[in-house]
Design a protein around this ligand. Sequence first.
Ligand code: G6P
Length: 369
Amino acid sequence: EALEKGGYEHFMLKEIHEQPRSIANCMRGRIHAEEARINLGGISEYANKFLQAQRIIIVSCGTSWHAGLVGEYLIEEYARIPVEVEYASEFRYRNPIIGKDDIVIAISQSGETADTMAAVELAKKAGATIFGICNVVGSSIPRLSHAGMYTHAGPEIGVASTKAFTAQVTALSLLALYIAKHKGSLPSSRIATLLAELQKTPDLITSCLKSEPLVQLIASEIKDSTNCLFLGRGINFPVALEGALKLKEISYIHAEGYPAAEMKHGPIALIDEQMPVVVIATKDSSYEKIISNIQEVKARKGKIIAIVTEGDTVIRDIADYIIEIPFCEEALTPILATIPLQLLSYHIAVMRGCNVDQPRNLAKSVTVE
Ligand code: G6P
């Protein structure tokens, strides 16, 4: 087993560090940036369904559901098709309205999650086209799907999903750009730029991973907290949810992810000097707004840990800690901003003496209801 961990103390840490490679593998052979072309063999005869689709429904669970939420932003922004993101467990039991022109995207690392499979079976019976985004080759969901793409992140052993998530978001970025290209909803020059930026993400992740010593220091400061709040806006709101889920899964600290603007409708009541608040505050279209949210936390003495764009000097002066990530296209920030959050949960859990790879009560793949 020590050999399988490749010198890392835990599978989770190994998998976090593998992300430059797993993202590169997810993109391999699929991108021709100069021609603004995306090659997705698994869509083939169903490509027209995407171009005609009036609606896309994404079904998934856990971390894969968070990837689906990022996918909603990406597909709506680039492909201009309305997207709904559903917990598979809710979708399957609520007599959902599904039409023959709907596309149901099932996202699953394992391809075996019982609720996601049941949602797929239901949608398939109703005549929808099923598109699977899975990591485990030959698993049940890809076999049930009409079309799909593998994330090629490699085997994920740690129960808390890390590299599978960033690969899912990468796959969704490719899919959104593929539809945009064929629909003509985005100029080719813009698609070419985005693809070229996407190809840089493995290197950018490598530079995100360099924040690990700083993240360890922050982890040691907040490891004894009983609660933690994660805030983000726009495409980084799902990253806040994922950051909170990672922390609660492996460190057993109660954590909540919130869209930053919703804080005033509840969680703000919880903020005091005992409450670490992790904010994704990169330089994007929500930047000014998120600064006001940070100030609201500061006024209530919350401990602010901000994920910022390299070189940010404004938030440096307000936050207790900043973790820098490289500048990138807004659409790609979720992939980068997730990395320090994974490291933060990991190091907090290790410092608390938790079993990081096998957290209590959790399973890697939930194949029963
Ligand atoms: C379990 C795992 C999570 C995962 C979720 C969905 O809860 O512990 O890490 O996100 O199932 O799994 P899937 O294989 O469908 O992505």
